[in-house]
Design a protein around this ligand. Structure first.
Ligand code: HAM
Length: 428
């Protein structure tokens, strides 16, 4: 009869929240190091913001509802439409280009499976308002830095990069002008037997020559293989963009983290240019991160034609990978500076002493009901406190405290006014 947490959600007890904070703090550090500014939006949005723009899959996964005023709303399944809305709202008043980041809590009615939940967090980094491939370079460099911040290395993950623009141009060159019908199949290609893939393309009306060309393209793992397939001006331009991107990343010593990966199509409908996904090196897990360029989203949502590029990295797969590689902090209990121990003379004086310490920006805590000294010491250890401060002991007069460093075991008497100095001189 007891009520459980809804399927696909997680509870964050303090020990799990500590790990969550460790991840968020690292994310934030890297974003700020790269000069991105933080923004936020509402957790629920007008349903219309997501229907028709994000792509069919995400729409079937929406948590939508009517509020008491009969408005159709949805919990946000991703941040990009909200970002586009923010951009549209301010229009010309936003100085572009700009780099923003956000760490939203997101909701998708997914089939619960490893790496995919119904409620999760996702760091978003986006650059709005420039066509330049330098934006992609900035973002891909950032995502590599982000994963390296957790001590993940080139043997642990890879950024697979492709170009929807190049793919669309190659398809158009072989007579397929509407790539929208073929993209979902290409997206699933790696997961189906080759014959089934070819049969499905045939069912869409493609001839064997077209199917061969598609297979040729999909087999490319290097830029120079793509060269022989990019024949039209459009295809050449799209390829040139990819080449510049790889050059910049190589010049930044990041070539060991990146690879051409034509299987990266991206499920979301709004991508128009470079697309990329990050996978663990064996591709044994779901994607760690994904993103790309979206030229028309702002316009489709009623704003000016403003281009954007960005990515999202979720907390779920990342945490699985870090746990597998033993890179999560195990006992990062960051307890208070002091645990106040009462010698049983006047328990209530603890509150006054604690208040005095906190005024000086010193973190401290104590028991809430009188306990034996032994029990209080146990609680001090459990709290992760770095020191104990004995209150009301024989030796601690009104202007002196007896203190003990719980790590070193060193005990001494200090003047009441020197307590901050005592903390400052402790070894880390
Ligand atoms: P996405 O590929 O849908 O892209 O999600 C990006 C990442 O979020 C995934 O690689 C995964 O780590 C995480 N993720 C997605 N769904 C779930 C889930 N159900 N449970 C746990 N983690 C999940 C986007 O959302 C784009 N809006 C990203 C973007 C930003 N594109 C441009 N800017």
């Amino acid at each position: 009869v007891s009520i459980q947490a809804p399927k696909g959600t997680r509870d964050f007890y303090p020990e799990t929240q500590r790990i969550q904070n460790f991840i968020f703090e690292a994310w934030k550090r890297v974003c700020l190091r790269y000069g991105y500014e933080e923004y936020e939006g509402p957790i629920f949005e007008d349903l219309e913001l997501f229907t028709g723009k994000s792509g069919d899959e995400i729409v079937t996964q929406l948590y939508n509802f009517q509020d008491k005023g009969g408005r159709d709303l949805a919990l946000r399944p991703e941040m990009t439409p909200t970002l586009a809305r923010l951009v549209n709202q301010k229009g010309q008043n936003l100085r572009k280009p700009f780099r923003w980041f956000s760490i939203p809590r997101l909701y998708r009615y997914e089939r619960s499976q490893k790496g995919r939940l119904r409620e999760f967090f996702q760091l978003n980094m986006d650059i709005i308002g420039t066509d330049s491939i330098h934006a992609e370079a900035d973002l891909i460099s950032a995502i590599i830095a982000l994963l390296k911040e957790f001590k993940l290395e080139a043997q642990d993950f890879q950024v697979g990069i492709s170009s929807r623009k190049l793919l669309a141009a190659v398809l158009s060159d072989i007579g397929i002008s509407d790539s929208a019908t073929v993209l979902p199949l290409l997206d699933k290609r790696a997961k189906m037997p080759p014959e089934k893939f070819e049969d499905s393309l045939q069912e869409l009306g493609l001839n064997s020559e077209q199917i061969n060309s598609i297979n040729e393209f999909m087999k490319c793992t290097h830029l120079n293989q793509m060269k022989t397939l990019a024949l039209s001006d459009n295809a050449k331009k799209a390829l040139e963009e990819l080449e510049i991107l790889f050059e910049i990343l190589t010049e930044s010593n990041l070539e060991q983290y990146i690879a051409i990966d034509t299987s990266v199509i991206r499920g979301l409908a709004y991508y128009t240019g470079i697309v990329f996904e990050v996978f663990d090196k064996n591709k044994s897990m779901r994607a760690i991160a994904g993103g790309g360029r979206y030229d028309n989203l702002c316009e489709k949502l009623g704003g000016d034609p403003v281009t954007g590029v960005g990515f999202g990295v979720g907390d779920v797969v990342l945490k699985d990978l870090l746990s597998e590689k033993n890179l999560l902090p195990l006992s990062d209990l960051n307890g208070p500076d002091f645990y106040l121990i009462d010698f049983g003379e006047n328990f209530r004086t603890l509150f006054a002493i604690a208040a005095e310490l906190r005024e000086q920006d010193i973190c401290c805590t104590h028991d809430l009901v009188p306990k034996k000294i032994q029990k209080q010491l146990e609680n001090a250890h459990k709290s992760g406190a770095k020191h104990v401060l004995f209150c009301g002991s024989d030796r601690s007069g009104s202007d002196q405290y007896e203190v003990k460093n719980l790590q070193t075991g060193v005990q001494k008497t200090i003047q009441r006014q020197n307590i901050k100095a005592y903390l400052n001189e402790q070894p880390e």
